[in-house]
Design a protein around this ligand. Structure first.
Ligand SMILES: CC(C)(COP(=O)(O)OP(=O)(O)OC[C@H]1O[C@@H](n2cnc3c(N)ncnc32)[C@H](O)[C@@H]1OP(=O)(O)O)[C@@H](O)C(=O)NCCC(=O)NCCS
Length: 204
């Protein structure tokens, strides 16, 4: 089974490993850095715009680029990649092209949008709604009924209280605690979080 992974990075290597565990035995990468010729032993066969035939997976951390490439390949199958040691409740709904990594837990009633990254050992509790191209980083925990807007990045180890809504276009810094709704895009850090800047940092 062929999978074309876009993004020959550390994230791409994790995605490739999960793809292997999901039964893909013909994995190739695309990357715009022409000096990169292989990734985890798999060949880099061209640039991000030159996908050969096969299912496509966008393994790019930057949410805007992930969205742009996902839309470019809208006519391709973009599978859900789920590590066998992740736990996903039976009624969870999932859009196209997300990855759920090892140790992640997604509890009943949750909805996961397109291109979402549910990173290692993060948890998304009951009835959460995760917008398209959001990223729930390593070890982040969302309590019940949390809403995360499109392209919002929840940093490593961050915690979000139940029933909180975070709008799209936000970054929650590593270790942050979100205890109230966030209504304006920007970068938020601390315990509890306070606004650091009006714009997203460019650190993804
Ligand atoms: C929030 C973040 C995006 C800010 O990055 P940045 O804009 O480059 O910010 P800087 O490093 O210039 O720091 C600016 C200020 O914010 C503080 N700050 C930055 N990140 C912080 C955090 N997570 N918690 C608390 N304070 C933080 C810095 O100490 C600094 O304070 P100072 O001006 O008093 O010295 C980044 O620090 C972060 O937390 N990224 C998340 C990384 C992550 O979770 N990766 C997971 C991948 S799976």
């Amino acid at each position: 089974m062929r999978l074309v992974i876009i993004g020959a990075s550390g994230h791409g290597r994790v995605v490739a490993d999960i793809a292997r565990l999901n039964g893909y035995d013909d994995i190739v990468f695309l990357d715009d850095n022409e000096n990169v010729v292989e990734c985890s032993g798999y060949p880099v066969v061209g640039k991000s715009t030159d996908a050969p035939d096969g299912e496509v997976f966008i393994a790019i951390g930057n949410s805007r680029i992930r969205k742009m490439l996902s839309e470019r390949y809208a006519d391709r199958v973009q599978p859900v990649l789920c590590h066998p040691k992740a736990i996903i409740a039976a009624d969870v709904t999932i859009g196209k092209g997300p990855v759920v990594m090892a140790g992640a837990v997604i509890n009943p009633g949750a909805a996961i949008g397109a291109g979402v990254i549910v990173n290692t050992s993060s948890s998304i509790d009951h009835d959460c709604v995760i917008g398209d191209y959001a990223h729930i980083s390593v070890g982040a925990h969302l309590s019940g009924s949390v809403i995360v807007g499109n392209e919002t990045w929840i940093g490593a180890g961050a915690v979000v209280s139940n029933n909180v809504t975070i709008c799209g276009g936000c970054i929650i810094g590593a270790g942050g605690a979100v205890i109230r709704n966030i209504d304006a895009p920007g970068t938020y850090v601390g315990v509890p979080v306070r606004k650091l800047s009006e714009s997203r940092a460019q650190t993804e």
